[in-house]
Design a protein around this ligand. Structure first.
Ligand SMILES: [Zn+2]
Length: 189
């Protein structure tokens, strides 16, 4: 039997290991998608470095479409390879409204809540993973979902705790990838 102190120490060690692995994961992710500012995502801009082009695999960038009419002002995300140097082939993926990204998260999260049993079954596998970080995230997911209720609106804290990336395909569908690698598809209305 472990003493309480030993358990606490193991808990801390586990946490420390998870933090190191999470830093590695972010670094690998940022290198893969050529993202330089993954840690700069903020409350106003939770999607920075997390929206990926399903067409060419680049990172999506945020763009504000201004208008004199405030109601027509829009924030969109589009592939960073949309307009490249003249003569080079640019990416033809369509842009996506940021409202779609907010909605996609809410719909994915609610799908998880409504299909709790299904996800809990999937996470039983995650708990056995060789990968320490996946085991750690899986435990967190189970904790989050256990008492979760459907969301009425975007929740930034849940977003950062659950989502690795959102991949956009031709303005038709998006695939939301959870931090443990599970992918959930959403149609774009
Ligand atoms: Zn692209």
């Amino acid at each position: 039997m472990q003493s309480y102190l030993e358990l606490a120490r193991d808990g801390k060690k586990e946490m420390w290991e998870a933090v190191q692995l999470e830093m590695d994961r972010r670094k690998t992710f940022a290198e893969k998608y050529n993202i330089s500012k993954l840690d700069y995502a903020t409350v106003d801009n939770p999607f920075d470095g997390r929206v990926i082009c399903g067409h060419c695999g680049s990172n999506f960038g945020r763009k504000v479409w201004n208008s004199n009419n405030e109601r027509l002002r829009r924030i969109i995300w589009r592939c960073n390879k949309k307009y490249t140097v003249k003569g080079e082939k640019s990416c033809e993926n369509k842009h996506v409204d940021d409202t779609v990204l907010y909605k996609a998260f809410v719909s994915v999260f609610n799908e998880m809540v409504e299909n709790k049993e299904y996800f809990m079954e999937k996470w039983k596998v995650g708990l056995q993973s060789e990968n320490f970080l996946i085991r750690y995230k899986t435990k967190q997911f189970i904790k989050i979902l256990k008492n979760a209720k459907v969301l009425e609106e975007f929740d930034i804290d849940l977003f950062f705790r659950i989502i690795e990336k959102i991949t956009v395909f031709e303005g038709e569908k998006i695939i939301v990838t959870l931090l443990d690698g599970i992918e959930i598809e959403c149609e774009i209305e």
